[in-house]
Write a protein that binds this ligand. Sequence first.
Ligand code: GLC
Ligand code: CA
Length: 552
Amino acid sequence: MTDFSNKTVYQIYPKSFRDTNGDGFGDIPGVIEKLDYLRELGVDYLWLTPVFISPQRDNGYDVADYRKINPMFGTMEDLEELIRQSEERGMGIMLDMVFNHTSTQHEWFQRALAGEEKYQNYYIFREGDPDRAPTNWESKFGGPAWEYVPALKKWYLRLYDVTQADLNWDNPEVRGELKDILCFWKKKGVKGFRFDVINLVSKPEKMEDDYEGDGRRFYSDGPHIHEYLKELVRDAGIEEYVTVGEMSSTSLENCIRYSAPAEKELSMCFNFHHLKVDYKDGDKWGLMEADYKKLKELFVEWQEGMQRGGGWNALFWCNHDQPRIVSRLGNEGTYWKESAKMLAGMIHLMRGTPYIYQGEEIGMLNAHYPSIEQYRDVESLNYYQILLERGETEEEALATLAARSRDNSRTPMQWNSGKYGGFSETDPWLPMSAAFREEITVEAQEKDEDSVLAFYRKLIAMRKKYPVIAEGDICFPETGADMVFAYRRTLGEKEITVFCNLSGEKQAVKAAGAGRRKRILLENYEGREGSLEEEICVLLPYEFVAFGNVED
Ligand code: GLC
Ligand code: CA
């Protein structure tokens, strides 16, 4: 399988990237318009979240036709043009395959509803008492995971929205259809695929109530998952493509299997354990200060574990489902720039393939919406009601959404300081972030050599330049400082050490002369204070420094 260790992927949420026809929705021509910007950034692949026909209940993750472009985004010709123009600039397009479920508007589901047995077998229908769902599982968006269809006297499983019906992967015809969809897009020239919640597709044969949780332990990394993935990848002939699986509530052991080249499943996986360290009792809707000790432990566990098992991580902080990382683990005020750079450096030089989500490269912040009217996401709107029912006041529920809503990442891209950030000429479908300011725009940062954007460009270039970053081993030297994350990459004689101060206070690090005869490769303060050659060195608030013995 192909090695993607020196590549960087850029994630585009087209709806919020650039609107070229003034309807308030971003579109494919908008992505084409920004290709030079992306080439300058230095990224290798552009992952587009779904642009297929969809009623947009879940912003395209509810697909009604996997082979057609939603007119809101443009035409098939636009997508072909995007593929062509990206290739000219040395970048490949990755499409988002939502294969756990379809929209209930999909022809297959419509035919199932009309009584065609063939298509009922495409989904997970169960006979049963209209008052009692087949199991007590809960939907990831709140409420029960089953929906009753009176006309059929059957329930269907939907782990997400009621309009997102889970597909029956145990049916070989379904797997064949999904393979055909991949082949269709391969022919169009796409270079890779992201697979949405792919580790949830294999459901257990016997479905039982969950008295410990919401049901996920029965279907996450389910019984036939590895077998089905191997089959799909082999039959679609995408072994050499860049493929990344989104793994929900997964395990290290399974991720090694999903991504170890010998298994011929996927190139790499996303896991989310490191993005739950601020969930109170594991609940996304429970607010808590981030547990930094846990965060560090998780990185160590996954980096060392994947290395040992020969697996490969996707490295990321942000995507279209996560709040902005600077708002979450960094600092929105005095240390905005320093913390944005530190968080970037922290993941980009680790072992894996880094992902950048649009706007992250300029340090974009959360939405900070003052009222519920500004939110659009189905999950946020559902949970707002659930939080009120749980007894939270409107104010509390809004504070929870402000920290956790997926809309935090979906606000329009901030290209310039115009009214709508250069995203559109009209009111965008989702309001601009209230934290939008001139400093956090592409236009301002392109003029500034010390910008967050310039820092991202350097990180991407370093991975290409130094094999030790792409291919080296990783280990985690002891620093004696709880709020400092440190790692060392080594390849033969070459090594690079990274220190990240996760806090807004100075931190003393036991460095044991780590910096002797090393040169600083990248830092987020101009000319750091003190030396790295001492036994103890002091890091400034949110300081990031990478040093090593690699040559220019
Ligand atoms: C994934 C997507 C998310 C979507 C869900 C259901 O988690 O990233 O946006 O809502 O799957 O498709
Ligand atoms: Ca548009």
